[in-house]
Design a protein around this ligand. Structure first.
Ligand code: ATP
Length: 517
């Protein structure tokens, strides 16, 4: 199965099993906006909880905030979003499709890099054990030539974007002979800047002054509340403020399912530090955040850092944590050293001092900020992509069957325990209900009595339920049940009274938190 096929299946599976639906589907949908179904909302809540607890419980000096989506319009002037939250866009006249010009160039670069990797793989096969990869990369004429081309284009793109030279961006696209993936033509319009913020009107008078924006990031709600939180919590620097909430961006290229949405949720933490200490904390948070990802157990090789060469207007260092999605390594989280850019600008635009008095140094200053910013929906997609597996399994009659299983970390799974009476009679449903009654306050449980046990297993494999228990006639005699494990499909007979203890150990977020403490 190709990665593309896998991704298509994942999208279909998400819909079929109540994880993600297209928004307003009965009206043919709204592009790049999605709704979460009964299982999706549980998974999303669990991921959110894991992040929240990792941030606020494991760090005494991090507290939460829930600020409004609407903010004073000056906020976005101060933050630079009104002036600079733009993407360069370009249209193909034949397909009428719109693209982000920088992404077209980045994809071209990625293709060139693939060519290099192919050469390296070929040579490695040819030379076997004696292959010196770094020497090959430095000396092979073909590799050198492609690498040189990449370096030139990359440097040109960074320079052009920095200088806002859109004509040069178009020239790069022409020079690289980039074609539209749909029409195959090079019939491009000029490159234009496009502001990604959605605006709306506040109140009933519709003049300019009443235009307000739907926040494009949650961070600014933290910045404008920085002193409120500091004073009321009496936290000392360094300290952080964490927030989860919706953000809105009118994305030009909104494909790839919930990877790039127009309405999405961010989990952001702004960490306020002494000026000059930001690099130490930047490194600290890069490491901490990577640990958080790895504790989900999808394999360390699924992640990598990507250092930003072209920095955003507010940053002096930035790196992404990238995950290997079915469509390649892509950003799930950004760690940014935002300097004092935001606080200084809010100070300037509001006329209010946003300074912190440091009792240790007896100085007042505007703190520097290190931010960790992760998309909840993108993390959701990461979990689903890593968890989705199709497996061949042996049937009892000797034949072969197939199952789709979501190997979601048990602590994040939408349903933790499925409870099945073997048959719908002989007091088994009543017994099953009693067990479920006992456990459902602590764990997300589901009761199912329809269809064969095998079919019920399949349904729960498909939504990632880590444990299924079956109540049979023996249960009524000795109070034992069979517990069946999702990943191994092994079954075990255990005392019903032990279920809580077996589950607690495996399904609580506690274990993941302990491993990153
Ligand atoms: P990209 O380069 O993919 O557009 P970005 O660098 O603009 O992302 P940030 O502004 O750093 O993203 O936002 C932090 C996080 O928010 C991202 O790492 C991503 O997980 C999430 N995010 C950003 N834009 C979207 C979107 N349109 N849909 C879903 N998640 C998003």
């Amino acid at each position: 199965m190709t990665q593309e096929e896998l991704f298509k299946k994942l999208i279909a599976h998400s819909k079929e099993y109540g994880f993600v639906y297209q928004s307003s589907e009965i009206y043919d949908g709204l592009s790049a906006v999605y709704d979460y179904g009964q299982n999706g909302v549980e998974l999303k809540n669990n991921i959110r909880q894991y992040w929240w607890d990792a941030m606020t419980r494991l760090h005494e000096n991090i507290v939460g905030l829930d600020s409004a989506i609407f903010m004073h319009p000056q906020t976005w002037v101060a933050s630079g979003h009104v002036g600079a939250f733009n993407d360069p866009l370009i249209d193909n006249r034949d397909s009428k499709k719109r693209y982000r010009a920088d992404i077209l160039i980045e994809e071209w670069i990625a293709k060139q890099e693939e060519k290099i990797e192919k050469e390296v793989a070929k040579a490695s096969k040819r030379f076997g054990d004696s292959f010196d990869e770094s020497m090959f990369r430095q000396t092979n004429p073909r590799v050198k030539e492609v690498q040189a081309k990449i370096d030139v284009v990359n440097a040109r793109m960074i320079k052009a974007l920095d200088a806002n030279d859109l004509a040069e961006v178009k020239r790069i696209i022409e020079d690289c002979e980039i074609v539209c993936p749909i029409s195959g033509s090079r019939n491009w319009t000029d490159v234009r800047q496009f502001n990604l913020m959605f605006d709306t009107k506040l109140g009933s008078v519709s003049d300019e002054a009443n235009t307000i924006y739907l926040r494009p990031e949650t961070a600014q709600g933290i910045f404008v509340n920085f002193l409120n939180v500091q004073k009321t919590s009496r936290l000392k620097i360094p300290f952080g403020i964490a927030q989860v909430g919706k953000a809105f961006r009118n994305e030009i290229v909104a494909r790839q399912f919930i990877f790039r949405m127009r309405e999405f949720e961010q989990m952001e933490m702004q960490f306020f530090v002494r000026p000059g200490e930001e690099m130490k904390w930047y490194e600290y948070w890069k490491e901490k955040r990577m640990q958080w990802h790895r504790a989900m157990g999808f394999g360390d090789d699924k992640y990598r850092f990507h250092k930003h060469e072209k920095l955003a207007h507010y940053a002096n260092a930035a790196a992404d944590i990238e995950f290997n999605f079915p469509f390649g390594f892509k950003e799930v989280e950004g760690i940014h050293s935002r300097t004092d850019f935001d606080l200084l600008n809010h100070q300037k635009h509001s006329g209010k001092k946003l300074q912190y008095f440091d009792p240790e140094t007896n100085e007042s200053y505007v703190p520097y900020v290190v931010e960790t910013s992760i998309g909840l929906d993108r993390t959701f997609l990461m979990v689903l992509s890593a968890a989705y597996a199709e497996e061949k399994i042996a049937k009892e009659d000797g034949g072969e069957d197939e199952r789709v299983v979501l190997r979601i970390p048990p602590a994040l799974a939408p349903v933790k325990l499925a409870v099945f009476p073997l048959v719908k009679k002989d007091g088994l449903p009543e017994k099953a209900r009693a067990i479920m009654n006992d456990l459902q306050v602590d764990f997300a449980c589901q009761y199912e009595e329809k269809d064969s046990i095998g079919k019920r297993y399949r349904r729960h494999d498909a939504i990632g339920t880590p444990f299924c228990i079956t109540i049979d006639h023996q249960t009524t005699e000795d109070d034992t049940v069979t517990i069946r494990y999702r990943d191994t499909m092994l079954q075990e007979r255990v005392q019903a009274t032990r279920l809580r203890e077996i589950m607690e150990d495996k399904v609580s977020i506690r274990k993941m938190l302990m491993s990153i403490r």
